[in-house]
Design a protein around this ligand. Sequence first.
Ligand code: ZN
Length: 518
Amino acid sequence: MSDEPIPAGTTLLLRAGRALTPGADWHDPPQVDIAVAGDRIAGICPAYRLEGDRSLEVIDARNHLVLPGFVNAHYHSHDILAKGTLEEVPLESWRLYALPPQYPPRSVEEVYARTLLGALECLRSGMTTIQDMLTLYPYEERHMAAVMKAYQEVGIRVVFALQYADRKGIETVPFWKDTFPSELHPLLSTAAEPERQLDLIGHFETTRLKPEPPARVSWALGPSAPERCSPALMQRTIELARRYDIPVYTHIYESRGMALQARLTLPEYSGLLIRRLAAEGVLDPRLNLAHSVWLSREEIDLLAEHGTGVVLNPQGNLKMKCGIAPIRTLQDAGVRIGLGCDNCSCSDAQNMFMAMKLFTLLAAVSDPIPGPPQAVAALRAATEAGAEGARLGDTLGRIAPGFKADLTLIDTRDPTFSPMNSAARALVHIEAGRGVRHVIVDGKVVVRDRQLETVDETTIYQAVEAVMPQFRRDFATISQRVAKLQPWLDRAHHRIMTAELDIERLPFGSSQRRGASA
Ligand SMILES: [Zn+2]
């Protein structure tokens, strides 16, 4: 049956896929035709109703689920090449591997190759938008140009922030200063150290914010973490974000050590970092707090009150012994929850299916009382909540007319989906990425039949192989340096894990501060 005129300007028709549209039952989504005109979704109607002429590109989406493209709301392209290098490492020790200043400056070829590879992995696992919180240290314009070139060539959408700070790493970790002999202190600096660093935020404002960003790129700001940034820098950040209405991403309470640091250094705010941010006027809907594992109930309420969102990264949080975010409490308070896959050296995989599955499983162990079903919540976190956090919620993250045509098609002719008792639960609990077949960004088919269309994948793998010998040499040098620090790292970690703290974050950990009432 073909009885509706196709919307004017239609360039691509997805025929008869089962689409996760906003009002549909995501356990049993309906078959629809989706018309795409240029970069936008032009119309959606029941399957086989749209009549297209022969010149139109048609994708047969029968036996496919059509999803809004995933938004990877926390990602760092700088350590893509370090995937699979580390196993269980506490966060504070891990930071010494993840791009410390002791790395020699990277070549343009390496920066370009790693950016391409990361974008390829993200697209092939169904992500259409990534929030790249990139450390370029020291900042060089040629590196920035290589990153932008790679993103333009691949065709993924990017919410891009440079990471910056103005406090030294050693000052921001509990017990480091008095555990390590002073001659070792210079080895404890981590990325985004202030010296050798340009005034990135000023540079960014003058060079980037005024002209239009490149296609599919939107700008964001990336203060590394509040304890690594002075109040003045945090305030400057939020003022700029408000002036240009752009999002801000930062790291909050990832580890027990970060919570302890707040308790030890912020007596004027009862040791609560979110109270500090509230007092500084930084809490805002534009602000996204990556991790947020060690939030207290009072702090969660403050986030809800100000519309500030969190971005959970369960893979890295587990590998780095950080703990389990209070997912159910965040949900009950109405805090926006996005999902990310974080660094490759701590999460290894840029895979939203893994992140969604862990989200649902950790929600279950974050509260001893059985809670609501979580599969649809995980899908919403991986799509629309990430888009909203990026200030793009009115154009991204949903399959609806007028929204950007950023779509992922999952092939359901696979044991994963047989029988399909629930599309949402199959996607979250069973699918691991094998089904991602076509990915559309800005109305263009960027992945077709599981292959990148825009750049020859073989050339990306070759470009990576070409830079790996140097990367491996440098990573080995850094690893040897960390190994020398290991006895003191272990001692400091033991002190962090055994110092008294008023909340805990193990399975069934309470989000209450000790002594506080529910
Ligand atoms: Zn991160």
